[in-house]
Design a protein around this ligand. Structure first.
Ligand SMILES: [Zn+2]
Length: 384
């Protein structure tokens, strides 16, 4: 992974590169950043930069033998640890058992979520942990000398999911690190990490990806129009994994915006035939439950945006022209008096769709309720 392949995060890249150039790489670091921020990709690019035998001022060379091995996640001095579940009889599964699949998945998508990977591997997410067998495996690897590089690097993804035994063993390694060994942990949330580990690592806080960088990346990588890229950027809210999925799925959000407008209009006017035909359309078989749930999530987002406009945040400036003209009118119908009820109804609907409710009735019922809330909000705000 080259730094230049990672979206945004220029400050962090500079900071990581500087530690190498100043020869003050901390032996235990924690890259802490939200999902889709590229925290794992940054750790990989950092490791590659450390190994690169011909590094430049801003990036690895991408061509030396270390770079080539790191690009395939197959450098002998590099070890990658992530949560797994016991799938083999007789012996504890460790990351190495799944490394081939992980290599392939990460090469295809450096913004991969652990959940996605585990899903594909048929592992129940809740059970995945970094078990104590993993620490034994790390210790064994560290008992050998570095093969090629000056350093050995161990990336631990999701240290939040280390069980206590594993964490204690890894803590010992961090406290008395073997020579020229670097631990880079990549986490989203420190709440579940042992305080003792946290206190011994240097934390690098990574923010969500900024809108301008994400929009630019979407235009370049997916050949989207700037307007479309901007819309996806706003929906993805700093998560490039989500943005890539939206971009790959095509222009759903335009359809959704149109569909949302038609629906809200029918609800507000209490236009029963239109509500019925709308419900029928959304419930039609080719949509599927996942798409129906995705649409309800889209609606939640639209209501949130509308609420923000009601309270005059700069959200409006970030919309496309079409969205803006619709929102200027629509947002006057969403406020503190009805947003809780609307959100709760959308959540309930999503819950019932998952549990095989009859979708046409469900959407019709939801339409009636939303119509009542929208009209009520107007009366309240007029009185106020
Ligand atoms: Zn190189």
């Amino acid at each position: 992974m080259l730094f230049k392949e990672i979206v945004g995060q220029e400050d962090i890249k500079k900071r990581l590169i500087q530690t190498v150039r100043d020869n003050r790489i901390s032996h235990a670091q924690l890259l802490l950043g939200p999902a889709g921020s590229g925290n794992l990709a940054l750790a990989f690019a950092y490791a590659q930069y450390i190994f690169c035998s011909n590094k430049g001022g801003h990036d690895s060379c991408g061509e030396c033998s270390s770079c080539l091995k790191m690009q395939k996640i197959a450098h002998p001095d590099f070890h990658f640890v992530f949560p797994v579940y016991k799938i083999k009889d007789g012996r504890e599964t460790i990351s190495d058992d799944l490394i081939a699949d992980m290599r392939e998945a990460l090469t295809q998508n450096p913004y991969l979520e652990l959940d996605e990977f585990l899903d594909n591997a048929g592992i129940e997410n809740k059970q995945a942990q970094i078990y104590v067998g993993e620490s034994a495996s790390i210790l064994r690897k560290l008992s050998f000398k570095a093969y090629e590089g000056e350093y050995r690097i161990i990336i631990i993804w999701k240290p939040e999911k280390m069980n206590v035994q594993a964490a204690n063993k890894i803590l010992k390694m961090i406290e008395e690190p073997p020579e020229r060994t670097l631990f880079i942990m990549v986490a989203e949330n420190t709440d579940l990490m042992l305080a003792t580990i946290l206190s011994r690592t240097q934390m690098v806080k990574i923010k969500k990806i900024d809108d301008a960088s994400m929009q630019k990346a979407l235009v370049e990588k997916f050949n989207l129009s700037p307007e479309n890229a901007l819309r996806i950027t706003h929906l993805a809210d700093g998560n490039f994994g989500t943005a890539m999925k939206m971009a790959a799925e095509g222009d759903d959000s335009t359809d959704n915006t149109q569909r949302f407008r038609d629906w809200m209009l029918a609800c507000y006017k209490n236009n029963i035939p239109e509500m019925l035909s709308w419900s029928e359309k959304l419930a039609s078989t080719d949509e599927g439950r996942e798409k129906q749930k995705a649409f309800l999530a889209f609606c939640q987002n639209m209501f949130r945006k509308a609420l923000m406009q009601t309270y005059s945040t700069p959200e409006l400036a970030r919309m496309t022209d079409n969205e803006r003209s619709f929102f200027l009118k629509f947002s006057t119908f969403v406020n503190g008096n009805n947003i809780m009820e609307i959100t709760a109804e959308l959540d309930t609907a999503s819950y019932h769709i998952e549990r095989n409710a009859y979708p046409k009735l469900l959407f019709f019922d939801l339409s009636l309720k939303l119509g009542v809330f929208l009209r009520a909000s107007q009366q309240v705000s007029v009185k106020a």
